[in-house]
Write a protein that binds this ligand. Sequence first.
Ligand code: ADP
Ligand code: MG
Length: 558
Amino acid sequence: MEKLRALLQKIDGQGYKSYKQLQGSYHFGTFQLTIDHVQGDPFAQPSRISIQLLAEQHNLPDNLWNNRIRQTALEDFLGREVAAAIRKIVKGKRGTGHSGAIEIAVNGQKILRRNAVLIDETQLEARLLFALPGSGRSILAKEAAVMFFEELPQIIASGLVWKQQTHAKMKQHIDQAEDQEYLRKQLTQLNAVAFIADGSQLPRHSGINDRPLLHGVPFKSPPELKCHITLPHQGTVSGMAIPTGVTLIVGGGFHGKSTLLRALEHCIYNHIPGDGRELVATVESAVKIRAEDHRSINQVNISPFIATLPSNRKTDPFSTENASGSTSQAANIIEALECNCDCLLIDEDTSATNFMIRDQRMQKLVPDSQEPITPLLHRVRDLYEKEGISSVIVAGGSGDYLAVADHVLMMDNYQVLDVTQKAHALAGNKPIEQQQKIPFQKQPLRHVNLETNPLPRQSQIKIQVRERRLLEYGNKRIDLSQVEQLFDRGQTETIGLLLAWCHRHDPQQKMGLIVHLNDALQKVEQEGLDFLFPWKTGHLALPRLYELAAAANRIRKN
Ligand code: ADP
Ligand code: MG
């Protein structure tokens, strides 16, 4: 620590590059500071530092992190405490560019596996961005000294060290995450695809803010679908289990249909206490399916939904640089199934109408022989009965779906009613006339590989994430704006790194795309995110296989 103080004094007023001399480790008594990488100028990406605390320095009891889920929740909690301490303690900008800012990459409503804070038997480590202050291009050492010797020790004492006052809050954060995970795991036994506890708050603050809406109508399950689950920490809770099969959500406009579906999309992940969705869980492999005009499609067999197109264009497999609403939605389903998706989540608001339905009058006017599309309406039952893939579909506009649904939920002033019996009575026993008799069959895995999408050949592929759902990968821009379950930019960056890793490791990609991506993901799950970078970073977050494959599937040829 004294060495760092002396160094700072020596370089005061010198050119910014002299900060490089600070790289190295320093003992601060209550923790160790490592300056891992120093930025080139005050406008560049801030410097990277990491803080290490030994067990006797942090005093966190082992029972807070004795399994993977608890460990992730504890790391998440500590990251948030550090972020809160930074907001409280760090003074604003002091100097040019980013000068004086301190950051940690833990935010949002979800508890994701990250590498901003890592705990193991030997130590606790937190990785921060630390913008070393400069005036123009000269070093402001006194300001830097304030950051290192005043602010940093306070941030660490407040955020990373066990304290009696915050123990209850920390334990709640971790126990609740474990309860959510347990809930998700119980879904299989319940023959359900999702569970929503009574009292949950599903609506969000706004379309761009994932925090809960204040004073929303709390969730209440209809008696027909109500069940009780006993959780490891919170005891018995009641709520609605959405059964496997085909579930339809109907109801008038603005009554909360999309809000319910969106909660299911998000609850593949665990949420922090106070979020309102802490006791909502959806099966891990549930995938939101939507139309995505203009996406590129690479060798996907969409023939179960779309047969030969005009001018005899085949769809088994089908490739295009500019998909239509229906072809993109079909490809999105087939690709989800390749990733072993168990549940499709579909909203009429974001679907292609001709992909969803084809009514009887239209069947008379436009004969089947001229219509390449077999709408989802004629496929959902097969998907469930033959392949075990459930679907939850918001369809307020088409009564045809009543005949193919196992359960029908009606949203009425933000309350769910089970209207299955009434709906089945209306639909009668007459099965929907099947437009095409070919049964749905899951496709064998494609042997498309990353290589057929010509990728930049250089060994170091440059990866940048300027927006959460836009991945810049070498000279490619991978548009993930419609991949709605990609929630964190740290996940987007990890996806880029995993693609590059696959590419480096098996340039021929002999194994087939999904097998390969799955292997890479398994490696991260076992070893953590750190192997993806040759140096220490703290801004990565673990994605699902589906979002990883979604990026690979959207790489354009040119
Ligand atoms: P729909 O899909 O049925 O047209 P939405 O789900 O889009 O309706 O919801 C319409 C509006 O109602 C949204 O602004 C949403 O935030 C709000 N909303 C949804 N659920 C609730 C609730 N439980 N309490 C209060 N407001 C809600
Ligand atoms: Mg809607």
